[in-house]
Each structure stands twice: as C-alpha cells, then as structure tokens.
Design a protein around this ligand. Structure first.
Ligand SMILES: CC(C)(COP(=O)(O)OP(=O)(O)OC[C@H]1O[C@@H](n2cnc3c(N)ncnc32)[C@H](O)[C@@H]1OP(=O)(O)O)[C@@H](O)C(=O)NCCC(=O)NCCS
Length: 149
C-alpha cells in the first residue's frame, strides 16, 4: 500500500478533513481548521489519513503540538500514525522547534504505543503546559507526551 502525504490547505481541504475527523473522532468537537498545519495521506485519490500540528508556547519554550490525527479504519495497522509523527517532527525541526508535545485519551492504547515507539514520554502537565485546556486540567482521562527533537 502506497500512501502519499501532502500538505492540505484549509481553504481547499477543510471539508475533506472534517469528514475524516468525524469518522476518527465521532464523539469529539470538530477541530479548528484555520491556523493549523494540515497534511492528508492519499492512497491514489482516496484519503487514508490526516494530521495537523501547530506551535504552542509552554512557559519559555515554543513547542510543536501534534494537534489532531487519524487513520481511517481500513488503513490502520500499516504504520501511518508513526509516519505522520515523523513527518510533522521534520516540519517542526525546519521551523527551529526543539520539542514536540501532544496528549492522548488515557485509553488511547494504539496512539500511546506509537508515541512510545517514536520516543515520546509522558509528562505531568501544569496550568502553563496543559494541552487539554484549563477546564480539563487535573482531570483523569488524558496523558500528556513530550519528545525532544
Ligand atoms: C490511533 C490511530 C491513528 C492508530 O492507527 P495506526 O497508525 O494504523 O496504528 P495501529 O492500528 O497499527 O496501532 C499501533 C499499535 O497499537 C496496537 N493497537 C491497536 N489497537 C489497539 C488496542 N485497542 N489495544 C492495544 N493495542 C492496540 C497495534 O497492534 C500496534 O501495535 P505495534 O506497534 O506493536 O505493532 C488510529 O487507530 C485512529 O485513527 N484512531 C482514531 C483517532 C485517534 O485516536 N487518533 C489519535 C488521537 S491521539
């Protein structure tokens, strides 16, 4: 299976991204499309996976935040999330960022396995480094992850 990852401008691909996101995150609020770096992985003309990142300020450090990502069910089990982690890290490094961060649901076993395999480790968020929002701060249910790039 060959999946080709290409940048996806919000104006052209926003609706496509939202369609994929509803499949991968049926219970979540839709993501912000604007102000985020989106990529779609294509199997020919068929979208297979998508992801996004953005810069966040964490105390005195700017970090790249793996903001959203999913692999459509029929494409899972082929290493696509790990490829998307690596391609976003390359973009973050190009922007001069030295850390990548993200968070997962506490039962997101597949994501956690992929993050660990790519060198991410958990961190305990503070009010200035939480990614899940102050309203959710301290709630059991999320795991925060960081990697030095
Ligand atoms: C998370 C997601 C991107 C992973 O897709 P993927 O890259 O194809 O990953 P895989 O299905 O190969 O799973 C990765 C690993 O977790 C394992 N795994 C998959 N489902 C699992 C489960 N329910 N419990 C335990 N392990 C699981 C796989 O066996 C694999 O293990 P390995 O590394 O030892 O080979 C995909 O499942 C998805 O889009 N889910 C819905 C949206 C989501 O959760 N996105 C991530 C938010 S942080």
């Amino acid at each position: 299976m060959h999946v080709d990852f290409r940048p996806a401008a919000p104006a052209a691909y926003g609706q496509q991204i939202l369609r994929m996101d509803r499949i991968c995150f049926p219970l979540d609020e839709p993501p912000s499309i604007e102000g985020v770096e989106w990529t779609i992985g294509w199997d020919g003309k068929t979208p297979a996976a998508y992801c996004a990142w953005k810069t966040v300020q964490q105390e005195d450090l700017q970090a790249g935040f793996h903001y959203r990502g999913g692999v459509l069910p029929e494409y899972r089990g082929h290493g696509l999330q790990r490829r998307m982690l690596r391609l976003r890290e390359a973009e973050m490094r190009e922007r001069g960022l030295t850390a990548a961060v993200t968070y997962t649901d506490a039962d997101g076993a597949a994501s956690m396995r992929n993050l660990i395999a790519e060198g991410y480790r958990p961190y305990a968020p503070t009010p200035t480094t939480t990614l899940s929002g102050l309203g959710r701060f301290g709630r059991v249910g999320f795991v925060h992850w960081r990697k030095t790039l």
